[in-house]
Design a protein around this ligand. Structure first.
Ligand SMILES: [Zn+2]
Length: 101
């Protein structure tokens, strides 16, 4: 007997990988078909649209934190701007020889 990480019910047959709905444990066949497969289809859609890494962040943010993909994209682009600002400051204070990219 194994307990499904998604519905908390015992199940007999082989456990399935619940990623991206759960990042740990095993899930039952029913949860795999009703929750995990649709989430993977959506993940595939996001990865196609936004790229592998950003698509992955979009699906995990949506499932685990309720953050919509559009908001995730905004947050990522803000993080890029901060990174660029840091780079600019580093160049100003330490000179371009310190920062190669
Ligand atoms: Zn289940």
């Amino acid at each position: 007997m194994t307990i499904c990480v998604l519905c908390n019910k015992d199940f007999q047959d082989i456990g399935r990988n619940p990623d991206p709905v759960s990042l740990f444990g095993e899930c039952c066949k029913t949860c795999d078909e009703t929750k995990v497969v649709p989430a993977r289809v959506l993940e595939h859609h996001y990865k196609t649209k936004y790229g592998q890494i950003t698509g992955r962040i979009c699906i995990t943010n949506l499932i685990h934190m309720g953050i919509k993909p559009q908001r995730t994209i905004e947050l990522i682009s803000k993080a890029e701007k901060i990174k660029n600002a840091d780079l600019e400051n580093e160049r100003n204070y330490y000179g371009s020889f310190v920062c190669k990219s």
